[in-house]
Design a protein around this ligand. Structure first.
Ligand code: ATP
Ligand code: MG
Length: 433
């Protein structure tokens, strides 16, 4: 985004014109060097927050105690932070005290990894005291300073390091790796929300398998507040994570499937991991859907020998459609999306799965699309109509009847029109009386 770079350069220039040092720093410089899209640009300066505010009157004091002011320029926002060092890390978390310093080199020293500790001035000159450029070239995540100390100061850096290695497909420098393992128990002090944010970025990247394998090898997730054991995971299968669409949700769904975690255990875990209610529902519905499909496969596998293909498809469809109604179309679509990738794998789940999943996948999408109703409200007959015509008051019978109608219409046994539904409803009610 040239407009963003230009706006940032204007900020640097104005600070320089008033006698302050100022640089782009951190993720934006790293991403420029890696030819990655830059989404936001952080600036570091010798000016104090008050001095920055004086120069940019419409700036917003977003984090004054940490020395951060948000400045607007050329239609973009920039976080401008005064050169600082940090101290007083309590409980292996963020520092409690910051000290403003005069030299940018001292500011760069507090940063986590060499690739994140490069500054660039308005002329494009780079300041790279820890050879971050070389580490980027080599594809290495390496701590600034002594890893053991840096991870003890702030254990979130362990998760950040794994995340960067995963997203960029980088290796971990050996002392950085052993420092992570040495200090992994400090992750118990980090809020799950912050751990999850790193996991989200990792899972949304191009190489989630890389991160998951690092997490398996380091056993890091066994030490966070809400621990997860990945030991049972087959690492040969982690590669399928990378093949799914690049959205964290699909990767989480597959990870939990591979861990063979039930929907209710997953619900508890996802709550502890501070997932939103929406994501939790989406994931647990998909897992519940999968559990039902797996038992369907087991059931059908017993009869597979003597069933014609058409009969087999008929039975699959007869169970598929009610499951779509119960757990929702999204769960069905997610299930299809994920199982398309993994059903080719020979040694996954069970023999019944291996035999039947490819068959189901031939049809499942069409069956789902052909259902013209997914919800009671899609029916061409309302509950109110039903009460009026039957002269009965509302009650449990009403919901049950509507649900039965929905199933029958979804299976395509009668059309979704008012008169057909009314006839059918009368029969359903008579049967039950
Ligand atoms: P992203 O692409 O996710 O934004 P980033 O490196 O820009 O990655 P930010 O959280 O935006 O990460 O932080 C900006 C910069 O601040 C980092 O590049 C790094 O220099 C420094 N930084 C962030 N978090 C830490 C930390 N926990 N310890 C030390 N330095 C950190
Ligand atoms: Mg950033």
């Amino acid at each position: 985004l040239p407009a963003m770079a230009a706006g940032g350069e204007q900020v640097l220039q104005k600070l320089n014109d008033h006698g302050y040092d100022a640089f782009f720093v951190g993720g934006c410089v790293r991403d420029e060097l890696m030819h990655r899209t830059v989404t936001d640009m952080d600036i570091t300066t010798s000016a104090t927050p008050e001095q920055v505010i004086a120069l940019f009157p419409d700036s917003i004091p977003t984090g004054l105690q940490h020395g951060t002011v948000t400045v607007r320029s050329n239609g973009h926002h920039y976080e401008v932070t005064t050169f600082r060092t940090e101290s007083g890390y309590e409980d292996f978390r963020r520092p409690t005290e910051v000290h403003f310093v005069d030299r940018v080199e001292d500011d760069l020293k507090r940063r986590d990894f060499t690739m994140n500790a490069i500054a660039r001035n308005v002329n494009g000159d780079l300041l790279d005291p820890f050879s971050g450029q070389e580490d980027i070239k080599q594809g290495t995540v390496k701590c600034v300073g002594t890893p053991e100390e840096r991870f003890e100061e702030d254990a979130l850096r362990i998760m950040r390091g794994v995340r960067f290695a995963s997203v960029f497909n980088f290796g971990l420098e050996s002392d950085t790796w052993s420092g992570m393992i040495l200090q992994r128990d400090k992750l118990a002090y980090i809020a799950m929300e912050r751990v999850r944010t790193e996991m989200d970025k990792m899972m949304a990247g191009p190489f989630p398998s890389k991160g998951v394998q690092l997490l398996m090898d380091s056993r890091i997730l066994e030490y966070v507040k809400s621990p997860v054991r990945l030991a049972s995971l087959d690492r040969n299968l982690t590669g399928y994570l990378d093949k799914l669409p690049q959205q964290a949700i699909y990767r989480y769904e597959l990870l939990l499937l591979l861990l063979e975690m039930g929907s209710s255990d997953a619900g508890t875990l996802l709550r502890e991991w501070t997932f939103s209610g929406e994501s939790r529902d989406r994931i647990t519905n998909m897992l519940a859907f999968h559990e039902h499909i797996m038992s369907l496969f087991e059931k059908l596998a017993l009869h597979m020998e003597r069933l014609e293909k058409t009969e087999l498809f008929h039975l699959l469809r007869t169970d598929w459609i009610p499951l779509v109604l119960r757990f929702g179309r999204e769960a069905a679509q997610d299930w299809i999306q994920i199982n398309r990738e993994i059903a080719v794998e020979e040694d996954i789940f069970s023999p019944a799965y291996r035999n039947l999943c490819p068959l189901l996948l031939l049809k499942a999408e069409d069956w789902t699309a052909e259902m013209n109703v997914y919800h009671v409200k899609d029916l061409a007959l309302g509950g109110a109509d039903l009460m009026r015509v039957t002269g009965r008051k509302g009650g449990p019978w009403l919901g049950l009847t509507m649900k039965r109608l929905l199933h029958i219409v979804a299976l395509g046994q009668i059309p979704n029109d008012h008169d057909s539904l009314l006839d059918l409803a009368k029969k359903v009610i008579e049967d039950e009386v």
